[in-house]
Design a protein around this ligand. Structure first.
Ligand code: ATP
Ligand code: MG
Length: 336
């Protein structure tokens, strides 16, 4: 029996952060032995917001690959590849764009939130259409499962709609494209250190997987806590504290106890932050070790991406040939 396939990925707009880990990377690592796992480094999608900064994108590609490897993805198990090197994805994006409507894209809640974050009052064709390119990312290889964070939910729903429409239009008797399932992480949306609803690499509020213990100390020390707490013995309000939200995710076993002690004024913000620094370093220490290896073996990382590109093209070219055939894009029946 062939393995089911996972597709997920990241935009190379900077290094990956602990929000990525809890939202998606942890599931990638868990499932890599059960699923044929495709990890896309979405460099074209990065251009939708960063088209004026191509150097940032090219510099981030290796970092994003190393981030994925550092958390425990095994190069002999998974396929890590670059979106721009797989033409089948671009072709499929164009095909879907013929029947997706502008209103559907305009009303996508994640597109709206991101447009507001970037301050766009007029959106480029590429930006408003990025969920369509994401549908092509997922389906060019007929993925079954997509482990992603909560912000991706509307995009997976759109993808499923596009797949149904494609199959109805061109291959109703024998559907060619699979409808993918979403898989959310245990904590599908980690908030920013600044209290923003989402930690994002383009939002300047992230703790990176590559941060050193010193940087962790600096960032966690500055995190906003309950503003009404002046002295360590004042009763706190954990429900409004960012540090507390992080304890829920990273110090899960002690979380309830920390909440009680905060409310009773028996643990101060300084001690509470120290405990969080320890939890984060416990998580990141093994990743740091793997990162150091790959940073010393960059050629190996390049080879991993090169062979990932080849595998993605093999799968994508075979699928796109069937798709074009179904769409009658075959010289009126005469094979090229
Ligand atoms: P950018 O700000 O450039 O869009 P990003 O931080 O949103 O970067 P992406 O590369 O867009 O990261 O997302 C990669 C994956 O990580 C997606 O599955 C996304 O849902 C997930 N993810 C990103 N941020 C978070 C977060 N704060 N909490 C949980 N999951 C997240
Ligand atoms: Mg994003």
């Amino acid at each position: 029996m062939t393995m089911k396939r996972i597709l997920t990925g990241d935009r190379p707009t900077g290094r990956l952060h602990i929000g990525h880990y809890v939202g998606s990377l942890s599931n990638r690592v868990k499932l890599q032995h059960e699923y044929d796992t495709f990890i896309e480094i979405a460099d074209i999608q990065a251009l939708t917001t960063h088209f004026e900064r191509p150097e940032l994108i090219s510099d981030s590609i290796m970092q994003v690959a190393i981030d994925n490897l550092s958390v425990g993805l095994e190069p002999e198990k998974v396929t890590i590849y670059l979106q721009s090197q797989v033409p089948a994805i671009a072709e499929l994006t164009i095909f879907y764009s013929m029947f997706v409507t502008m209103n559907v894209l305009r009303h996508n809640p994640t597109v709206k939130t991101e447009a507001a974050q970037y301050g766009y009052d007029d959106m480029t064709y590429g930006f408003i259409g990025y969920p369509v390119s994401q549908a092509a990312d997922i389906t060019f290889c007929n993925a079954d499962l997509v482990p992603v964070g909560e912000d991706q939910k509307p995009h997976i729903e759109l993808c499923r709609k596009l797949v149904r429409r494609f199959n109805d239009l061109y291959c109703a008797d024998a559907p060619l494209i699979k409808e993918p399932e979403i898989m959310l992480g245990e904590f599908p949306r980690l908030m920013g250190l600044d209290g923003n609803a989402k930690m994002g690499k383009s939002l300047g509020n992230a703790i990176y997987l590559s941060d050193t213990p010193e940087t962790i100390k600096e960032k966690v020390s500055k995190a906003v806590t309950d503003p009404s707490r002046i002295r360590a013995t004042d009763p706190g309000h954990p429900e409004i504290c960012v540090v507390n939200k992080y304890h829920e995710v990273f110090t899960t076993a002690e979380h309830e106890d920390i909440c009680e002690r905060c409310k009773a004024g028996t643990i101060g913000c300084v001690a509470c932050k120290k405990r969080l620094m320890q939890s984060l370093n416990d998580l990141l220490d093994p990743f740091r070790e793997k990162r150091a290896y790959y940073e010393d073996h960059l050629d190996e990382v390049r080879d991993i991406i090169r062979s990932g590109n080849a595998r993605a093209n093999e799968v994508g070219n075979a699928n796109i040939a069937r798709i074009k055939e179904a769409m009658h894009l075959n010289l009126g029946g005469v094979q090229a």
